[in-house]
Design a protein around this ligand. Sequence first.
Ligand code: TYM
Length: 335
Amino acid sequence: MTKQRVLSGVQPTGNLHLGNYLGAIRNWVAGQSQYDNFFCVVDLHAITVPHNPETLAADTYTIAALYLACGIDLQYSTIFVQSHISAHSELTWLLNCITPLNWLEDMIQFKEKAVKQGQNVSMGLLDYPVLMAADIVLYDADKVPVGEDQKQHIELTRDIVDRLNHQFGKGKAVLKSPAPLIQTDGARVMSLTDGTKKMSKSDPSDMSRINLLDSPDVIQTKIKKCKTDPVKGLVFGDADRPECNNLLTLYMLMSGKSKEAVAAECADMGWGQFKPMLTEATIAHLKPIQDKYHEIMADPGYLDSILKEGREKAGAIAHQTLLRVKKALGYSLPL
Ligand code: TYM
């Protein structure tokens, strides 16, 4: 039986944080042997907000190396860079022309980012979910493992697929409809400085997030200073204690203990006792990832060869899908 296909990606904007890891990459690693996986570094998405050309290429490498360091296994998975395969941009144009403008104006993430940016919102920011749809459908992906915040974009992808199939499929599916794959725990990791806000790369304060490459000292300081509440006894799921729920969830996922075990262990605890435990579990969890990352980065030729292979394998599939869509839309195809 052929395996179902998975596609997902992360933007190379700054460092990866625990939200990216727990909401996405950790789940890619856990499920990879069941699927035929494609993981891209979505560098075209990275320029939908103002970016630094001096660091874009290096950040792209960092993310690819972190995929490997977190446990992406090339036996099951292909890693590539989005901008290396021009079919992503080309299919975006074709999908743009069948996507109603108001679908994009309704996207929550667009509205949030547009408010933050004020006057300088680019067409690219509005169009970002169509590029994401192109990423997914180019590989006929069945499943898209992501954090909660990307769910709406996958629903939009499904709507675009339906519309294209309906208008141009002559009764057959030109494109495959993907399903989101979202885990219950870690799908929405919250900021360390405000438990009601998502942990995010774009938060101006680095104290709000733990980055995968933070040193033990930095991790210790961030957890020491993170927001808590004055209540003794730590519990999951109390809506009035968002920081408590977030920090307990982080502890559970970093330590690998079950929810029941953590609930029992922390039921009578105060923050003074809990914070060093969370610190220790986080440092211990991230150490092997950091060691592997530095090993990979010490040999840039190795990463280059992986990305080249990825480009060839992913590019061949993307090219076929693009031809299929162009044919359905009525284009004359080059001989
Ligand atoms: P990006 O780069 O913002 O985030 C990468 C992944 O991390 C997840 N994530 C979180 N999960 C839990 N808690 C958080 N606080 C948190 N913050 C981020 C995101 O849900 C995502 O899974 N548009 C996407 C990238 C993309 C993509 C794709 C994803 C482009 N094309 C195709 C899947 C398929 C994005 O900006 O993710």
